[in-house]
Ligand binder design. Structure first.
Ligand code: AMP
Length: 189
């Protein structure tokens, strides 16, 4: 049985951690556009060079670039058991592009899981992560910007997916195991 889900939530909500576990348990591909962009930037590809200035400031990389990248990714062989989208879509235009992409592939989304985490906790986690990962977009200014960008451009997707009857909210605080359990329940697994 395949699994096609979107993980939605602000930076620091724990999407990546939960996506990795769920991908491991189900065989679905973990598709994280932030990871793909970091790889492209590190490799110095044309896409990476175009994305870098936006990325470093904590702004969104233009829709066309990310959507093109995702379209190719979804056609790779490892998505046979489905996919977990982590960090995509982040704008309404991306959500609409995803709908078109999936229609062309004859696929539907099963669910959109929203990880609900209070802002104070997000700030604490992002500061802690900075010590470990040393990402280019983990400066104070870029972190503030990423949270602002989320509120302005990505949070409207909650209503969009609620209207499509796909949205399930999972409290994103607690132990990693308890949150994982809530995710599996939300997916009926
Ligand atoms: P993340 O690792 O998901 O927090 O993403 C890190 C950065 O990559 C974001 O701040 C954006 O600059 C860029 N990025 C990742 N996914 C997207 C997306 N779907 N649309 C636009 N930019 C993205």
């Amino acid at each position: 049985m395949s699994l096609r889900v979107v993980f939605l939530g602000p930076p620091g909500a724990g999407k990546g951690t939960q996506a990795r576990t769920l991908a491991h348990d189900t065989g679905a591909a973990h598709v994280a556009t932030g990871d793909m962009l970091r790889d492209a930037i590190a490799a110095g590809t044309a896409l990476g060079r175009q994305a870098k200035t936006y990325y470093d400031r904590g702004e969104l990389v233009p829709d066309e670039l990310v959507t093109g990248m995702l379209g190719e990714r979804l056609q790779q062989g490892d998505t046979g058991k489905g996919f977990i989208l982590d960090g995509f879509p982040r704008t309404l235009a991306q959500a609409e592009a995803l709908e078109r992409l999936l229609k062309d592939l004859g696929q539907d989304l099963d669910r959109v899981i929203f990880f609900d985490v209070p802002e104070a906790e997000l700030l604490r986690r992002l500061a802690a992560r900075r010590q470990v990962e040393r990402r280019a977009d983990d400066t104070d200014e870029a972190i503030k910007n990423r949270l602002r960008v989320y509120a302005a451009q990505t949070a409207p997707l909650l209503d969009y997916y609620r209207n499509h009857s796909l949205l399930v909210t999972v409290p994103g605080v607690g132990t990693i195991e308890a949150i994982g359990e809530a995710v599996r329940r939300a997916l009926g697994r």
